[in-house]
Unconditional design. Sequence first.
Length: 207
Amino acid sequence: MSSNWILVNFIAIWTVAAVTPGPNFFLTLQTGIVHGRRAAMIAVAGLATGTFAWGLFGYFGIALLFALAPWLYLTLKLVGGAYLLFLGGRLILHSFRGAGDEAIHTHPGLSGGQVYRRGVLTGASNPKTALFVSSLFASTLPAHAPAWMGIVCIAAMLAVSVCWYSLIALASTTPRLRALYRRTRHWIERCAGVVFIGYGGRLITLR
C-alpha cells in the first residue's frame, strides 16, 4: 500500500471521529453563542492543544503505558469524567439564572486564558481518545513506518480538528443563531449540560 493511500485512510477515519458531535463540539458551539467569535476561536485553540497532545501520546504508544500502569488510565478517566460532570452541572445551574432575552448580555465573561484552559481540559478529558488514536496508528500505519509519516498523521489530525471546530465557531456567532439562543437559552444550556453529564458518566463507568 502506497504512503499516499495510507495517509488518506488515516485522515478519513480521523475526520469521521472528529465531526461526530461530542463534548468538543458542544463546548465550541456554546462558547461561540455566549461569548462571541474570538472566545470560540480561543476555545478551538485549546481543543487543538488537547488533540495534539493525544496525537503525540497515541503515536508514541501511550496504550502500552496504560497497559503497564492501569492506575494511570483509571486516574485520567476519573478526572476527565469528573470534569465533564462539573461542566455539565454548571451549565444546568446557570440555565436557571437570568432572563432569556438578556442572557447573552448578562452571561459572566471569561478571560482568554480561562476559555483556553476550558478547551484544553475538555479536549484532553477523555483518555479513551489516546487509545483510539493508538489503535488508529496501529491499524493504518505499517510496521516500522518512517517517522515523517507519523508526524504527517499528527499534523493531519490537528488540521482536521482546527478546520472543523473553526467552522462550528464561525457558525455559532451568526446573528440568527444568537437570536435563537436568546429565546431558548434555558433549554439549550440544559440540553448541553445533560450531554456533558452523559459523557462524563459514561467515561467514568465504562471500561
